[in-house]
Design a protein around this ligand. Structure first.
Ligand code: HEC
Length: 454
């Protein structure tokens, strides 16, 4: 019989110490080496939650250097071998075994911790689901343990509905200015109203069932939902009118011989316009149903200082400033659990990260493609590789062109741009789970969820 661990051991003083530990200022650069940080769930190093988190989330190099402790997404790429090889594989199996055998889910009734652990486990599960189970039996073994742990920490639909709206908490905390700040470059700002349906931001919807952010949806295998918002400096009415003009434009594509390009005369928005992409986590409730949650995982913002075309001099990566200012706010478990600024932190201007979206799929820690890749690059300097075009031509959810340095007007447009409307006020009730439900990884999870012992 498994013996439930005493919660006291793990919920005592060390946890308070972790909460009281300095959290650093938002825009501060994070050191690549994070081993001196307190734990995420507990600073007791062998706390079962902590062991699971570390075994699955933290990448340790042979020299002991650690990466990814509080990263939003796991450090796993399509070609990674990390979790399938020793010693990482056995470490992960024993951490999960210990978690399950001791009913460690009971140690933290806190719904926030449970929903976050579930999303993290789910990300690892989906990565394992993409590995061939025939040639990699270890992937199947680990996936089973993870599915069981996910089910153990699942919340009821009532508990999920009552989770805090951390975006609103971040805005209310006053930790970030509500709009662009004066000076040559703005501080990262996080305004109220991104989620309001009558505020100055207009949330976008498109005609037809196709998702508005397919690249991002694919990238996270549908575990998050994405909202795209637009705001012209003239406010809501001006934004709605601009969208109408864009929709009514008769010829969004022009033909040049065999090739089709975006029409350079498409209506342009004025400088001062901003676009935002908000990502929220989904969860699986204790009945095995997919559900939305109020937990914002990240917000990306691009503010157009000018709509000139920086692209001709633009290489593959680089600064979009002074044409656009770019910001990203990521969920930090550490800040979230400590109740600091809704858990959101602004990514520092020089903060290095490993690229996730739009990579070759190689694992930079195992097999870097080019010199320096194993150390990561400033995240905010990567935005230019997919958003360097002037104004509306850089709004990829409109153009459907996902990438392309150089001027986008030179890129062949395979499809017509989207027809964008202001979204209906149904969110999140109207969220369509079919995309995720249709994924092979979800079918696999659902099968295990139903078949395995709790
Ligand atoms: C590898 C390509 C790529 C990189 C790098 C990238 N994005 Fe995007 N981004 C996209 C695509 C593609 C979309 C459209 C939605 C989709 O298909 O998922 C998008 C959408 C957005 C949107 C919503 C408005 C729009 O353009 O549709 C914002 C805001 C945004 N990105 C900000 C950023 C910021 C800030 C960075 C840098 C931290 C960044 N992006 C880096 C590809 C990229």
């Amino acid at each position: 019989m498994p013996t439930p661990l005493s919660g006291l051991v793990f919920l005592g003083l060390p946890l308070l110490a972790a909460v009281a530990a300095p959290l650093g200022s938002q825009a501060e650069s994070r050191p690549a080496e994070e081993s001196s940080r307190p734990g995420i769930y507990s600073c007791v190093p062998d706390h079962p939650w902590e062991l699971v988190h570390r075994a699955l989330w933290v990448r340790t190099e042979p020299d002991g250097k650690e990466h990814g402790v509080d990263d939003l997404d796991p450090l796993l790429w399509p070609q990674s071998r990390y979790l399938l090889e020793e010693p990482a594989f056995s470490r992960a199996v024993s951490a999960l075994d210990a978690f399950l055998a001791t009913n460690a889910e009971r140690l933290f009734p806190d719904p926030l911790k449970r929903v976050v652990l579930q999303r993290d486990l789910w990300a690892i599960f989906d990565w394992l689901a993409s590995v061939s189970r025939e040639s990699e039996p270890r992937a199947a073994e680990l996936a089973k343990q993870i599915a069981r742990a996910m089910r153990r920490v699942a919340l009821s639909s009532e508990e999920i509905r009552s989770l805090p709206h951390n975006y609103d908490a971040a805005v209310a905390s006053g930790a970030f200015p509500p709009g662009p700040t004066a000076g040559e470059r703005s501080e990262p700002f996080l305004g109220p109203g991104l989620l309001d349906l009558d505020g100055s931001w207009v949330r976008l919807a498109q005609e037809g069932p196709e998702p508005l952010a397919p690249s991002h949806l694919h990238h996270v295998d549908g575990r998050s939902l994405f909202l795209v918002c637009l705001r012209l400096p003239g406010g809501r009415e001006a934004t709605v009118q601009y969208l109408r003009k864009l929709r009514d434009f008769p010829e969004p594509l022009v033909h040049e011989g065999e090739r089709r390009r975006l029409n350079p005369s498409l209506p342009q928005f004025p400088p001062g316009t901003a676009v935002a992409l908000l990502r929220r986590t989904l969860a699986i409730d204790d009945q095995g149903r997919l559900t939305t949650t109020p937990v914002t995982e990240s917000v990306q913002v691009r503010l157009f200082r000018s709509i000139e075309n920086p692209a001709p001099e633009f290489g593959c990566d680089g600064e979009l400033f002074p044409f656009q200012e770019v910001f990203e706010f990521d969920l930090s478990r550490e800040r979230l659990f400590a109740g600091v600024a809704g858990g959101l932190r602004a990514v520092g201007r020089e903060e290095k990260r490993f690229a996730r979206l739009g990579t070759h799929g190689n694992d930079p820690l195992e097999r870097p493609f080019f010199p320096g890749q194993e150390r990561g690059f400033p995240l905010l300097q990567r935005c230019g590789s997919c958003h360097a075009q002037p104004g509306i031509f850089s709004v990829n959810s409109f153009t459907r062109i996902s990438t392309g340095p150089g001027t986008i007007l030179d890129v062949e447009a395979r499809e017509v741009p989207r027809r964008l409307h202001p979204a209906e006020p149904r969110f999140p009730e109207g969220y369509d789970f079919r995309w995720k439900e249709g994924r092979a990884s979800f079918g696999y999870l659902r099968g295990l969820w139903a078949a395995l012992p709790r």
